[in-house]
Design a protein. Structure first.
Length: 357
């Protein structure tokens, strides 16, 4: 890969750099992160968790980002994103970063598109504020419309596990709004992570890895096809894939081999098509995330919270590309998921209100 090609690589979901806890929202961290990314020759979207009291602080970060970017001081931070605050399943997110914004707060979040906020991870099946007050939105369509009005893309993820069919209906509600509004395609958070599945998608511990070959054969990857998605994968990933095939969203897939087994990643690319997928790292280059000290077990690339839940990864996009090559994924497909599709996605975002790249 040439240096010119490397600068095209985009990590669409990156949390923090070294000792810099981006989630603490210091405005002076942006130049440091950009310098780190320049050494790796990777452009990235820096993804934040914010607590309810941090919204004003995050607005300041976006303003500072916009100023630095327009003055030419940032070349590698391509944009900013939020993970939450409205998540049905906490997953690896800090618990205090999962909350229900008011209508006014959603409008403030949507307005940050002009300052660099590209997308917001939210759960289409998240329970909404039960209050009868008009202060809070009472249906997901209101939230999605508010974000699209501002130019911020919803990224669907963190699903409930108890009623997949209801979750599918919630996904369809969002996609109907996206289709009707015609403001460009949206995206997902990690495909297969934090959602109910019909198959085992990863083997993380030493004990698990000893069972990988046998259990991988049991899920019969060669038999997966577009005609049996729901039966093989489960209703939620099947619906997200159908949304991608309908041209309404792009799927985000972590190909580090630990979030999702690389054989599963390869088969997903084969049946869905690389033009519908972007790879992401969910990376923290260090041990700090949203005021939490993370741990990394020996032999693992994953970072864990104190409760044993996976919080983030450590594997770069370039290493994920190497994983795909070792798995004999076609070079054109690797180029699509790491270069071409993210570029198209960002160009679409710019046409609908985002700052120019």
């Amino acid at each position: 890969m040439t240096t010119h090609e490397a600068t095209k690589v985009i990590d669409i979901h990156h949390h923090g750099i070294g000792r810099i806890d981006a989630q603490a929202c210091p405005t002076d961290m942006l130049q440091l992160i950009d310098r780190f990314l320049s050494k790796e020759q990777v452009r990235a979207v820096i993804t934040f968790f914010i607590m309810p009291e941090q919204l004003s602080c995050f607005e300041d970060v976006c303003k500072h980002y916009n100023h630095l970017r327009r003055s030419g001081e940032l070349r590698y931070i391509l944009g900013l994103a939020l993970e939450g605050p409205l998540l049905a399943s906490v997953g690896g997110a800090p618990r205090r970063a999962v909350w229900s914004p008011t209508k006014s707060e959603w409008s403030r979040i949507a307005d940050l598109s002009s300052l660099g906020l590209m997308y917001c991870v939210l759960s289409p099946d998240a329970p909404l504020e039960p209050s009868q007050s008009t202060t809070y939105p009472h249906d997901m369509s209101w939230i999605v419309n508010a974000l699209l009005d501002g130019g911020v893309k919803p990224a669907l993820g963190h699903f409930l596990k108890d009623n997949p069919q209801r979750s599918v209906e919630c996904i369809r509600t969002v996609l109907k709004v996206v289709d009707r509004r015609n403001k460009g395609i949206i995206l997902t958070d990690h495909l297969y992570n934090d959602m109910p599945l019909h198959f085992k998608h990863t083997w993380r511990t030493s004990a698990d890895k000893m069972l990988r070959e046998r259990q991988l054969s049991e899920i019969e990857l060669p038999s997966w096809s577009l005609s049996n998605l729901e039966a093989r994968l489960g209703p939620i990933p099947a619906e997200l894939i159908r949304g991608a095939l309908a041209g309404l969203l792009k799927l985000s897939l972590n190909c580090d081999g630990a979030h999702v087994d690389i054989a599963v990643c390869k088969r997903t690319i084969e049946i869905v098509g690389s033009s519908n997928i972007m790879i992401m790292s969910d990376r923290v280059y260090g041990r700090n995330l949203a005021h939490q000290r993370l741990t990394r077990p020996r032999g693992s690339s994953l970072l864990y919270q104190e409760d044993g839940v996976v919080a983030a990864g450590t594997v770069s996009i370039k290493t994920q590309m190497a994983n795909l090559r070792l798995s004999m994924v076609l070079e054109e497909d690797i180029r699509n998921v790491s270069f071409t599709v993210p570029h198209i996605m960002f160009e679409d975002w710019c046409r609908h209100g985002g700052p120019a790249i």
